[in-house]
Write a protein that binds this ligand. Sequence first.
Ligand code: UDP
Ligand code: MG
Length: 323
Amino acid sequence: MTKDKLEFLIPVYNEDTCLDHLMERLDRIKRDFTDVELSVLFINDGSSDNSLEKLIGYAQQYDYIRVIDLSRNFGHQFALTAGLDHCDADYVCIIDGDLQDPPELVKDLYNRAKQDSINVVYGQRSARAGESIFKKVTASFFYKTINVMCKTDIPRDTGDFRLIDRKVLTALKDMKESHRFIRGMVPWVGFKSEAFQYERDSRYAGETKYTLTKMLRFAMDGIFSFSRKPLRLASYLGIIVAFLGFLGMAYMIYLKLFTNDVVEGITIILVSIAIIGGVQLLMLGILGEYIGRIFEQSKDRPLYVIDNIYDGNEGSAKRMTDV
Ligand code: UDP
Ligand code: MG
């Protein structure tokens, strides 16, 4: 019986302090886990440190390692997309390059998938070591919001660490949207999936590449790419503001007809203008988000550009392409 091909997909952006240790652990897994034909695909996402040199070195040393070098930093989700597009395996396991997702768990994920023919086994964090309270609170708020907003059920406390099979891989390759939110795209394609509880380690070395602004943009991408509900907000807010307006009008008519009081002054006018102006600007902003996305998508640009692919075959890293 031929063994399943299983490929690790690892995006790397300035992780040279983590790579040697990661490689050591991957090589141990390669030697121990012989149920599958294991390979590793690194995507260098425009690192400016020594990461690329290290990765090319690994590709030269080990024949099961390939490296895709992108022409610049495209971002985590695009690096993953480049990797997925170039994977041709029965199972793909996505992990981070900073060892927060223990690569050794691949055995458990694979066994789970095989046992009940599950197409996606996703890592769900039961503990998040080394993450600030701020990150935990914002993450929890984010997953709650996105699940209220979207029809697709996006599991909480789940990053991109997961094992997917060939069916899911093929479906993902067909999704060409320019705003990528892969942890939402996988549940969108469907198939049988199951959570796998694990404890997320803290970063082995280096610093997170997700700054607060990047995290916010990522969260917005998730919501705006998966939901049209914000657009409906205009109607809801319109109804609420109009209702308040009518109440105010009725109150003023009452004062005029049945009392000697009148509503005086400019305050009420200023407040109404501020409320209506604010609501309108908010809605313009939301419309702008969607129009911006249509604009990006209509340009139909490639999602990433590859500089070189280094393939470990024949013991030497050869340049496969010069794009
Ligand atoms: N990463 C990437 N391109 C980027 C940012 C991050 O390829 O522009 C990689 C990074 O090297 C790591 C993974 O994506 O392997 C997750 O990034 P990070 O650990 O910084 O995110 P966090 O775990 O803090 O959310
Ligand atoms: Mg990390």
